[in-house]
Design a protein around this ligand. Sequence first.
Ligand SMILES: [Zn+2]
Length: 240
Amino acid sequence: MPLDVLAVCAHPDDAELTCAGLLLRAKAGGASIGVCDLTRGEAGTRGSAAERDGEAAAAAAVLGLDERVNLEIPDGAVTCTLENRVRLVEVIRAHRPRLLIGPYWEDHHPDHANASLLAKEAWWFAGVGKHPGRGAPHRPEAMLHYMSRYQFRPSLVVDISEYWERKRRAAACYRSQLHDPDRGEPETAISAPGYLEAWEGRHRYYGSLIGVDYGEPYLMRGPVPIGDPMALAFGRRAML
Ligand SMILES: [Zn+2]
């Protein structure tokens, strides 16, 4: 189906932990939203691919995703090959999003950094008619990068205050990944006690930069195009 917004993510749970607020807010405004997970997360320290499939489906229901596809690239081996690019080009051409979202290109997890490059290349080549891959050429009008571990100075911060609680509930669907002392599996950064508090703190910090309770930071490679300059005056005093 046609989508207005498509987020490209390396692993199931990436969207919920990063750009879910933007997706929820776009959906509330009438947009159709989707996520393309590149892998099933089967190489993760905790949980199994089957478990994560179920968690991703539950989280998709919480977010109200109109589409969630998985390219089943091997986890831990997201690479920018022509084969992988063609598969992502076909997803973009099939769903024709106006806004494409991908990870920031610097990250401690190589899958995230490679997913960023793959998303950018697919964004461009989806619009090139002679590039291999089924579907009519289509290039999303804009591409934004979300923040995983490494920080950047954001081009913009989206006010997600109204959607924070649902974002938190969607992330909580990934029970295999989050803190659970009864599971007896090795601890990861995400499963450490206190991770969710720090995660919430980060959203509060970026919200504070624009004078709201919760915010998601995004980076755009070029300047952010603004049509109506009054869109900048959105009823809150920016904390600049
Ligand atoms: Zn990830």
